[in-house]
Structures are given as structure tokens and as C-alpha cells.
Design a protein. Structure first.
Length: 82
């Protein structure tokens, strides 16, 4: 991929379902070879952002998918007493 001018900032907002969509957006960027220089997020966006920023590019998708599998599992409901 050609080098893009400037820096790339990924801004992720809050809102439950939006967090899942963010994973798809990041996946498309990642597959295109576009990695953010900055990651900013609030609420669920901050969690996704922390996973992205806290892992090397080659493991980010794996870690995001791990997190979202856990979130949608019955294990989370058990933790919250639901």
C-alpha cells in the first residue's frame, strides 16, 4: 500500500452495537494495510481502542474477536448474575 500523508487517527465512539461494528471497520482497515497512529475512544470504543493499541498489529484482530466472543457468551451473563 502507498504511504498515506500525515497520521491516521481512529476515533471510536460509545454505544454497545457500535462497538461490534467498529471491529468490522478495523478489520477492513487492517486488511488494507492501514494501521492507526492514534486510537481514541469512549465507552465501548475505549475498550476496542485499548485492545487495538495494546496489541501488535498481527494479533489485534485475534484479540478483538476473543473479546467479542466473550461479551456475547453466557459466561458474561453469569458474571453479571443474569
Amino acid at each position: 500500500m502507498e504511504s498515506l500523508p500525515g497520521q491516521i487517527a481512529l476515533v471510536l465512539q460509545g454505544g454497545g452495537a457500535l462497538g461490534a461494528y467498529q471491529v468490522g471497520v478495523y478489520e477492513a482497515l487492517h486488511e488494507a494495510g492501514v494501521e492507526p497512529d492514534w486510537v481514541i475512544g469512549t465507552s465501548i470504543g475505549a475498550i476496542n481502542g485499548a485492545i487495538i493499541a495494546g496489541n501488535p498489529p498481527e494479533t489485534r484482530m485475534e484479540r478483538l474477536m476473543e473479546f467479542w466472543r466473550m461479551v456475547r457468551s453466557d459466561e458474561v451473563a453469569k458474571l453479571w448474575g443474569l
